[in-house]
Ligand binder design. Structure first.
Ligand code: SF4
Length: 544
């Protein structure tokens, strides 16, 4: 029997100051400050809190040359306090800020969607092959000075693509698709390699976990096809806060790490940035257990996930304890009993089966099992059950999100359940529903697409998200974007139905889909105005 288990994708090693990522180095954990980068003491304190919490790398926004230059003061103060944590400048729309930052901090993140192009203007919809090639030459011209500065100072680069902020060139050819996001990064990587610059990390993020995981997998394939082995930074953007934010991040990041993809991660939360470190470490702890599990998992090939539908009703995945009881026919799956279990299912044609696997890499075992059953044409509905007895609520949420998430994203479970004798039945059902929502297998509540905020945020984003949730959490199925700034917010809230987007100091603009419908409202008027907007468009329901 050919077997497989956890195997990390081989990548080139990249140094970010004193932290090495890729290769055989541990997966590094990152966060990002939410202070103004002109506020030196505030930014220093936040960088140090992130480092104290266990963050390996800290990013700060540098929206202009002023902020980029001030990174020197921040860096010097952090170093004077004895912290060696590498700093990263986050750049959008401003190559000059990137040039300044590259001489001051250990890594610079640029967004291919807006580094050369001024942002999406929709002026040019069709490019001839010659015009397209000319656009690519412009990337080379714009990027070369930055690569030279990076080489001189030993600074690494992050090519960071986000769903919703692609250039007009990419949009014209690919649309806002995973393929477009991948090509957007590949264009820049080819230029880097042409100039013999390899200190590059790739991030390719989306707020939709399904889009994010599919795009990262495509990205790895595209790089492999061209002999590139750049390390990957993983994250789910605009994941929101509290349990929802942690579950979305764990399903997206964790399911990719299970397949050995990812060399550095960020759990983006609309909370204080130091709060991001603990869930990130919990995700890595679970992956470490999976990686250490010696169970030989029978090899299997991924299925066509787009075609995967629940075999129970063709649409939504069921939750044991809410929609149904546990099926009577049950299998405790082990590596040794794998073939016998396949035969047992064959002898119960069409009958629903509960599948449990107790070992740390149980999700990999179950995945191989269900792929095998489906590959052999067996249509028994599968209920997947994982038990986390003895674990606390937070750890259970992270572990279940990774284990069930990786199966649900591939459409390999028709019903799910989480078991833990320390948690109530209601808590366990809620956790299952949240994981189903994160993987878009079943929508049972309002979806919030909320960015973590950064130095561009000029209003109280955390309080606004809490208040918007309190007012709208009964609007099942509606997607509401709550974003810190007008520069990146509207594009990156992706497919939100409504948007609440920071427009200036204490000011917010409201969006209906991609259209800005009310500009620069004071924040104390904005939530009632949002509710009125939802009502006017017929999407409002009074709470029951
Ligand atoms: S959308 Fe949010 S995180 Fe992104 S740049 Fe704007 S404020 Fe910062």
């Amino acid at each position: 029997m050919r077997t497989e288990g956890y195997r990390r994708r081989p990548t080139w090693e990249v140094s970010i100051g004193n932290v090495k990522i890729g290769g055989s180095n541990p997966v590094a954990v990152q966060s990002m400050t939410s202070t103004s980068t002109m506020d030196t003491p505030g930014s220093v304190a936040q960088v140090e809190r992130i480092a104290d919490a266990g963050g390996d790398i800290v990013r700060l926004t540098a929206q202009g040359v002023r902020e980029a230059v001030n990174l020197t003061d921040i860096r010097d103060a952090v170093r004077a306090d004895g912290y060696t944590v590498p700093l990263v400048a986050d750049i959008h729309f401003n190559p000059k800020a990137a040039f300044e930052a590259a001489a001051r901090v250990e890594k610079v993140r640029i967004n291919p969607g807006n580094f050369v192009d001024p942002g999406r203007v929709f002026k040019k919809i069709n490019y001839t092959p010659e015009e397209y090639a000319e656009e690519i030459r412009k990337i080379d011209t714009a990027l070369l000075p930055l690569l030279d500065i990076c080489k001189e100072h030993g600074t690494a680069l992050r090519i960071g693509v986000n769903h919703g902020s692609l250039s007009d060139r990419i949009m014209s050819r690919y649309g806002d698709t995973p393929e477009g996001m991948v090509e957007s990064a590949m264009e820049f990587l080819r230029v880097c390699l042409a100039h013999d610059f390899r200190d590059v990390v790739i991030s390719i993020k989306a707020s939709n976990v399904v889009v994010m995981t599919r795009t990262v997998r495509l990205m790895a394939e595209a790089m492999d096809a061209e002999g590139m082995h750049f390390p990957l930074h993983l994250g789910v953007t605009e994941a929101g806060d509290a349990e929802d934010g942690r579950i979305k991040s764990a399903t997206g990041i964790g399911s990719l790490l299970m397949d050995g993809l990812g060399d550095t991660i960020r759990v983006s939360l609309t909370e204080n940035p130091e709060n991001e470190i603990e869930p990130a470490r919990a995700i890595l702890a679970h992956i470490a257990e999976v990686a250490a599990d010696p169970t030989p998992v029978p090899a299997s090939e991924p299925l066509d996930t787009d075609a995967a539908k629940s075999l129970w009703d063709g649409q939504v995945t069921k939750v044991i304890g809410l929609d149904m009881d546990k099926p009577a026919f049950s299998i405790d799956l082990t590596a040794e009993g794998f073939e016998e279990a396949v035969s047992e299912v064959k002898s119960h044609p069409g009958e629903a089966v509960a599948v449990k696997a107790a070992n740390p890499a149980g999700a990999l075992l179950v995945r191989s099992f269900v792929r095998r059953l489906r590959g052999e044409g067996l249509t028994n509905p599968i209920a997947v059950i994982f038990n986390y007895d003895g674990k606390d609520a937070e750890t259970t949420a992270i572990k279940a999100s990774i284990d069930l998430g990786s199966l649900l994203l591939e459409g390999l479970a028709d019903a799910v359940a989480v078991e833990n004798s320390l948690l109530s039945a209601d808590e366990l059902v809620r956790l299952s529903l949240n994981i189903l929502q994160a993987t878009r297998r079943r929508i049972t509540k309002t979806e919030y697409i909320a960015c973590p905020g950064c130095g561009r945020t000029l209003y109280d984003l955390h309080t606004a998200l809490k208040e918007i949730k309190a007012a709208t959490s009964h609007l099942k199925g509606l997607k509401i974007g709550v974003m810190g700034c007008i520069v990146n917010g509207p594009g990156e809230m992706a497919d939100a139905d409504y948007g609440y987007v920071g427009a200036g100091v204490g000011r917010v603009s409201l969006y209906k889909g991609k259209e800005c419908v009310m500009k620069n409202l004071p924040t104390d008027e904005a939530i009632p105005a949002l509710i009125e907007l939802i009502r006017r468009n017929g999407d409002w329901k009074d709470p029951e």
